[in-house]
Design a protein around this ligand. Structure first.
Ligand code: 5GP
Length: 203
């Protein structure tokens, strides 16, 4: 059996990637989602082991040293990383897995797994992104400006991604359908179909 596909989805805050990934998994229930480890505190409603593994910085550093973290980065003063064992286990079982991680982690994954499929999710334009960031509520103009600048830096790195998907307002399910189409096409990539074609030349 061939290994599953590792799909990496990145996107700036306000790109709607959390919703898109949730809808994608509703479309493909067997698609596994990597649960990251983080040193940040849980937000209301977040559960340990479901949204993240919430661990201390000391424990995070121990896991890095023990080789238990596949990629990690520091983002807004907190560490975030992908537990290695779950990824290995899922891919070896032939199932696909999605990682929702930021740009630095995505480039580490692409180096370790050149076959990983990377997708950058972006809002349709700057005005839409700004409206979404403001819609979140109480942020000051300074914070919004910082987030817009950070988003532009992240979108600039989209050139290193395999695919770009666009999250239009009110069309989240269409966006999830696009992600599903990308994953489906990747299954038919020539290099992943050799077990079928090679079978014609056995014996
Ligand atoms: P949040 O604190 O809003 O949940 O996540 C902040 C950022 O960290 C998001 O861009 C999210 O995609 C990213 N992130 C979450 N888990 C990981 C991870 O395991 N590795 C990396 N590199 N980024 C992560």
């Amino acid at each position: 059996m061939s290994n599953g596909i590792l799909m990496v989805i990145s996107g700036p805050a306000g790109s709607g990637k959390g919703t898109a990934v949730k809808l994608l998994r509703e479309r493909i229930p067997e698609l596994a989602l990597s649960v990251s480890a983080t040193t940040r505190a849980p937000r209301p409603g977040e559960e340990d082991g479901v949204h993240y593994y919430f661990i201390s910085r000391e424990e995070f550093e121990r896991r890095i040293a023990a080789g238990e973290i596949l990629e990690y980065t520091e983002y807004c003063d907190n560490l975030y990383g992908t537990p290695a064992e779950a990824v290995r286990r899922v891919l070896e079982s032939g199932k696909d897995m999605v990682l929702e991680i930021e740009v630095d982690g995505a480039s580490q994954i692409k180096k370790k797994f050149p076959d990983a499929v990377t997708v950058m999710l972006i809002p349709p334009d700057g005005e839409t992104l700004e409206a979404r960031l403001r819609g979140r509520g109480t942020e000051t103009d300074e914070v919004i400006e910082w987030r817009m600048a950070r988003a532009r830096e992240e979108i600039a790195l989209s050139k290193d991604y395999d695919y770009i998907a666009v999250s239009y307002d009110g069309r989240a399910d269409e966006c999830a359908a696009d992600l599903q189409a990308i994953l489906k096409s990747e299954h038919y990539r020539q290099s992943r179909m050799t077990s079928v074609t090679d079978a014609f030349f056995e014996n």
